[in-house]
Structure formats: C-alpha cells, structure tokens
Design a protein around this ligand. Sequence first.
Ligand SMILES: CC(C)(COP(=O)(O)OP(=O)(O)OC[C@H]1O[C@@H](n2cnc3c(N)ncnc32)[C@H](O)[C@@H]1OP(=O)(O)O)[C@@H](O)C(=O)NCCC(=O)NCCS
Length: 140
Amino acid sequence: MDDLDSIVLIENRVFREPWTKEQLSFELKQLSGKIVNVIEKKDIIGYIMVQKVQNEAQILNMAIDIHCQCRGKGKKLLKYTLDELGSETDVFLEVRESNLQAIKLYSDFNFEDIGLRQAYYSDGENALIMHRRVEIYGVV
Ligand SMILES: CC(C)(COP(=O)(O)OP(=O)(O)OC[C@H]1O[C@@H](n2cnc3c(N)ncnc32)[C@H](O)[C@@H]1OP(=O)(O)O)[C@@H](O)C(=O)NCCC(=O)NCCS
C-alpha cells in the first residue's frame, strides 16, 4: 500500500485503460497472493500482481515503466515470479490480442493461448487467455 502512488503513475503511463488508484487499492486489499516491485536506484520501475489460490495462480497485472522497457526487466520479473510460484502451479493471464510484445514474452515462458474473451476491454478489444501448464513429473 505504501507504494500505491508509484504504481498508479506507472499504470497510467503504460496502459491504455489503467486501473484507478481505487481499483488497485481494492485489488491489493483482497489479494491472496503477492505483488512484487522492481526497484532501480530506489525507484519503483515496475510491478507484477499475482493472485494465488492453492495450486492455481492468475497474473492480474504486470508492467515495466515506459523508459525502462526492452531492457530485460520484464523477463527477469516474470522469471522470478514463475520460479517463486514453482512448477506445480498452473498460471493463467489475460492479455490484449494486439499486445504482441507481452504475448511474445509469455510465449517464451511456455504460456499457451487457450481461448479468447470477446470484447473483454471497454474499447471492444478481445483478450487472449493464456495458460502455463503445471509440469507433470513421472509421466512417460
Ligand atoms: C510487457 C512488458 C511487461 C515487458 O517488459 P520489458 O521489460 O519491456 O520486456 P523485456 O525487455 O524483458 O523483453 C522480454 C521479451 O519481450 C519481448 N519483447 C520486448 N520488446 C519487444 C518488442 N519491441 N517487440 C516484440 N517483442 C518484444 C521479447 O520476447 C523479449 O524477449 P527477448 O529479448 O528474449 O526477445 C512491458 O513492455 C510493459 O510493461 N508493457 C506495457 C504493459 C503491458 O503490456 N503489460 C502486460 C499486460 S498483460
């Protein structure tokens, strides 16, 4: 909660339909998961919000601030988060169909496109549903 103002600033810079401070605050209060901030020289330059219930997780939101993008930060943040969740957690997320940069990033971490939410965003754009499957050991 102490970092909310920094997160709101980034949210407004990177998203076409940013969550408001009130929405972010609401999500954070009821989050049964985790938010991880990326810090550079004491400033917050990115974050990821993850909801986790038993062995299923949902990435609610992920962003790297505009001036820090394309420097490998998003990749590091996602890797850290997935390592923390462990290989026995199914991970889901939704992403704008047009967000090729994010889709490429998620695909590189073995997220698969499993469906579409039609007109999910208020401007009518569809959301791609992506899923990273639990690793099943011992199956031949
Ligand atoms: C998506 C986002 C989190 C990625 O973070 P980032 O720090 O910019 O990404 P990285 O520099 O770590 O790059 C990771 C991967 O993204 C992809 N990528 C990065 N820049 C790209 C570009 N210009 N075009 C296509 N793919 C790109 C590549 O797969 C890259 O991996 P590679 O370098 O091995 O090819 C960041 O760009 C962002 O905050 N975007 C706006 C908010 C957003 O879309 N969030 C996700 C919503 S679900």
